[in-house]
Design a protein around this ligand. Structure first.
Ligand code: FES
Length: 135
């Protein structure tokens, strides 16, 4: 599966946008980085250690993971191999494993250990208890 590119709509407030309507929480003062736009996708507690959750950032479906060391990672939600739900995958410190056919993707660069296409990764961070993803 190829990753489609998108042209985000202009934000209503420069540098600040909200993500999924499910939370509808704005992040005051969240500046969009030059490479993309910042979206609040949920609360930090929505993603427990060792797990992933699917969110929408603007019009991009993303999967956000919190590894057991507390670090956050965000990827495309659908597996590059055949669209599997990556948020349901298993993780360790080095890779994310898709639940459908068990292809593994390296956190370091998104490459597949099994020959599938690369995984699109997105910057993600916590801001005042909220998850912010740049797409
Ligand atoms: S859909 Fe993810 S490994 Fe096949």
């Amino acid at each position: 599966m190829s990753v489609s590119t998108r042209t985000p709509e202009a934000p209503t407030t420069p540098g600040t946008e909200t993500g999924t309507p499910a939370t509808g929480v704005a992040v005051p003062g969240t500046a969009a980085p030059p490479a993309g736009r910042a979206y609040t996708v949920g609360r930090a507690g929505d993603v427990p250690p060792g797990e992933g959750r699917a969110f929408v950032a603007g019009d991009v479906q993303v999967a956000v993971f919190r590894l057991r060391d507390g670090s956050l990672h965000a990827t495309q939600a659908a597996c590059p191999h055949a669209g599997g739900p990556l948020a349901d995958g298993q993780t360790d410190a080095d890779v994310l494993v898709c639940p459908l056919h068990l292809y593994a993707y390296r956190w370091s660069d998104g490459s597949s250990t099994g020959g599938a296409g690369p995984l699109q990764r997105y910057p993600v961070r916590e801001v005042d208890g909220l998850l912010v993803v740049d797409v």
